[in-house]
Design a protein around this ligand. Sequence first.
Ligand code: COA
Length: 310
Amino acid sequence: MKKIGLLSVGAYLPEEKLTNTDLEKMIDTTDEWITTRTGIQERRIAKNMLCSDLATRAAQDCLSGFHTHPKLIISSTSTNEYRFPYQASTVANRLGLIGIPAFDLNAACSGLIYSMAVAHSMMMTGNITTALVTAGERMSYFVDYQDRTSCILFGDGASALLLSSDHPEHEILTIELGTDATGSDCIIMGGPEQDFYFRQAGKQVFKFAVQKMGELIDSLKKKIGWKAGERFFILPHQANKRMMESVAKDKGIPLENFVINIEKYGNTSSASIGLALKEAWEKNLFQKGDYLFLIGFGGGLSWGAAAIRW
Ligand code: COA
């Protein structure tokens, strides 16, 4: 069977920071509340950039140094500035990737994993050897900065992955997707009138995320035949540090096995797993043979998990 690997990861973060101290001046909150309840200290805000600008920069970062011309581009986003042109078309145009299939995919915060899964299966069944997946989100456009329960959580950013069957060394072993659609209205954003700004059933989402992350870790381990003692890292969607601490405790997994960078960027929706992956890769955290478990969850209520062998 064809093997498909992760050849490169790219990232882009806008320069402007919104710190907890800044938020203290805007709403009735404290740095201490935000830090203890979420682990977030600051986030990035794209002031003069569009969502597709962020995705384009991440894609450029991902492709830099590679003389490759992807044969497919999928852009995960819930926050593009237009419906048309859809984001993948804008990104492809700017990168000069003309004539290839390009489309957007919205699965909220699980969108990167969903996009990986679609790219992976198109590569498996077709003649596509290289695919670019971007995840660009400008959450700040949809956040009500008077709502202290949600505006503290989000930031803007983008990541991108390059998948290749010519370079299968960081092989994608398995991908699992799902949606508990009974929770479809637990997270709402971008609708008409009062449904425009982000809002959620915070406690319900928290419970769902912790339970689902735990289940997905067990399920991935089983599917890949993980054996006790083998090294693994979890790259979870960065929604709340307390969620990762709960999963670590429930599953008896050391917190050091979780790649966490939420303190700097907050929740960047579908971009967050790629941002964490980029940072960990640059720090040489992974050794040959390690397993990486990428775990997304969010609106839908959706989930997606991928296992990669380093
Ligand atoms: N600053 C200070 N106080 C705040 C606050 C803020 N920014 N936001 C809420 N509060 C208050 C509440 O008003 C409440 O006060 P009360 O007890 O007087 O009513 C109190 O803090 C506790 O609020 P609660 O909503 O119970 O907090 P929580 O511990 O559930 O934490 C979230 C709230 C949003 C951080 C948490 O529920 C969460 O992370 N949920 C999942 C969110 C998520 O990740 N969604 C996206 C998934 S992709």
